[in-house]
Design a protein around this ligand. Structure first.
Ligand SMILES: [Zn+2]
Length: 126
């Protein structure tokens, strides 16, 4: 019957999977606070956050202020990208730019498997 076809069409055609694969315009940057050593991950949108400038070491420049969530000191950063959105120069005041690998090693939870090995300052965590 036509009704069944209608229902089937409704069921199969109603929900389209979003074609968004990942985050094509996002650039992830990793900072580390100079004062408290806290790593901070920042996402910038290359359509909105990057400015094309002729007078610099790269094609695009990002000027961003980043704050970590531990000591809340502000890091001022100026990061230059080439036309392929690769970092070619960076200048960060109050912190440093780190790689994704460094960020992951700094934030690696890797809890000790033995409960008795927990350090005493663990309780103050978060
Ligand atoms: Zn800090």
């Amino acid at each position: 019957m036509g009704l069944v076809d209608k229902i089937r069409e409704f069921l199969t055609g109603g929900s389209k999977p979003s074609g968004e694969a990942g985050d094509p315009y996002g650039i992830l940057l990793y900072y580390r606070c100079q004062r408290c050593k806290t790593p901070v991950r920042i996402r910038v949108d290359r359509r909105n956050d990057l400015n094309r400038e002729d007078d610099g070491p790269g094609t695009f420049v990002l000027r961003k202020e980043v704050m970590d969530d531990r000591c809340f000191s502000l890091m001022h950063s100026e990061i230059w990208f080439d036309s392929g959105y690769k970092i070619v120069a960076s200048d960060v005041t109050g912190g440093t730019l780190i790689s994704q690998e460094e960020y992951e090693s700094l934030t690696d939870p890797s809890p000790p498997s033995e409960e008795t090995a927990a350090p005493p300052d663990q309780a103050a965590n978060d």
